[in-house]
Design a protein. Structure first.
Ligand code: SF4
Length: 356
């Protein structure tokens, strides 16, 4: 498969330092992390970073940190259990009606909290033609598969020609109704989301969904919003994916601005992920109780259109679950305690109609 390089992409500690994204005295620390995990920052995202500010929420997501080499005992190489649910190479079948196909293992940018960080990187390769054919055979043979999720890595780093081939191949399977592409490209390299790429994602009679990954409102630049508009104009449905990250978006103001920015870019807020137990990511994680409190505050201040679902992937491949907050609790007398967005409880009696 053809993977186009991104111009002016920074991939080495020395180039991060030369670009002013890290001070020279951190070279040894950055080199140590680079020996273990891939580095990549595109020109579009590097341009958003405030040089000299180590707390900059964009820099934190992409500039390596020595803490990545510290492993918490709870962390796992495969935190969401892809391998346990992978019947053939490159395909994950976790739920009856959908499969993931990992087309490529490379990305335009390498997020320091990546849940597949042990698998992704520039040398990690793409699905071969034979492996993709085997994945198609697997899907063709199972009429229950309604949705195919294209992921990786970032599958939209492929050329529009290759994306069109994948779209055509999947669209030829009658029971596959929905093609969902997971990508950071509209934010990481919006100039690469061309009209040709947008058209390549669309197939007559099928629904195309692009799940756009962004974690801070500054990522939704005018160029990123224009990329989303090109996808939407071509006929794709857009949904969001974000990770709740300490020091990046773990406050109500940033999350509010992020979710509004998504809607303004025609992207429906979909998932706010609790940060997975990938190796060396403990410094990113926010307690679940704090995540629930943030979601409660969002409910009180944001249009329902802009509210994502806060989700946790149960380790071992057991699936994704919404983790609250809880708004309704059953009381001993059979009534319910309903909590309003400001945290005040009210009694709700679930009275049945006269004919029930
Ligand atoms: S774009 Fe996705 S797959 Fe790639 S490094 Fe970031 S989180 Fe991981």
């Amino acid at each position: 498969m053809t993977i186009k390089p991104t111009p002016q992409r920074l991939t080495a500690p020395r180039s991060l330092i030369a670009a002013g994204l890290a001070p020279p005295e951190r070279l040894a620390e950055l080199d140590a992390v680079a020996g273990r995990y891939a580095i990549g920052i595109t020109a579009a995202l590097a341009a958003l970073i405030e040089p000299g500010d180590p707390a900059d929420p964009i820099a934190r997501q992409f500039v390596p940190d020595g803490r990545e080499l510290v492993r918490d005992p709870a962390e796992r190489d495969d935190p969401i259990g892809d391998d346990a649910m992978s019947p053939i190479h490159g395909l994950v079948h976790r739920y009856p009606d959908r499969v993931l196909i990992k087309l490529v293992a490379a990305c335009a940018v390498y997020c320091r909290f990546c849940f597949r960080r042990e698998r992704v990187g520039p040398g990690a390769g793409a699905l071969s033609a034979d492996e993709f054919a085997a994945a198609l055979d697997y899907v063709r043979a199972r009429p229950a598969i309604w949705e195919v999720i294209l992921t990786g890595g970032d599958p939209m780093i492929l050329s529009p020609r290759r994306i069109a081939e994948v779209t055509r191949a999947l669209a030829s399977i009658p029971h596959v109704k929905t093609l969902r592409w997971h990508s950071r490209l509209p934010v990481a390299a919006p100039e690469r989301v061309t009209r040709a790429m947008a058209r390549a994602l669309i197939a007559d009679g099928k629904t195309t969904v692009v799940a756009v990954h962004a974690n801070h409102p500054r990522e939704l630049t005018e160029a990123a919003r224009a990329a989303c508009r090109r996808l939407s104009d071509a006929g794709a449905m857009l949904v969001s994916q974000s990770v709740l990250l300490r020091g990046v978006n773990d406050d109500p103001e940033t999350l509010t601005a992020l979710m509004r920015a998504f809607v303004e870019a025609r992207v429906k807020p979909y998932y706010l992920h609790h940060c997975d137990l990938a190796p060396g990511t403990a410094h990113w994680r926010v307690p679940i109780a704090k995540g629930q409190e943030l979601m409660r505050l969002l409910r009180g201040r944001l249009s329902g259109l802009a509210i994502p679902t806060y989700v946790l992937d149960i380790p071992g491949g057991r699936g994704k679950i919404p983790v609250g907050p809880q708004w309704l609790a059953r009381e001993e007398d059979g009534a319910y305690a309903a909590t309003d967005p400001s945290g005040v409880e009210h009694v709700y009696v679930d009275r049945l109609g006269a004919d029930d």
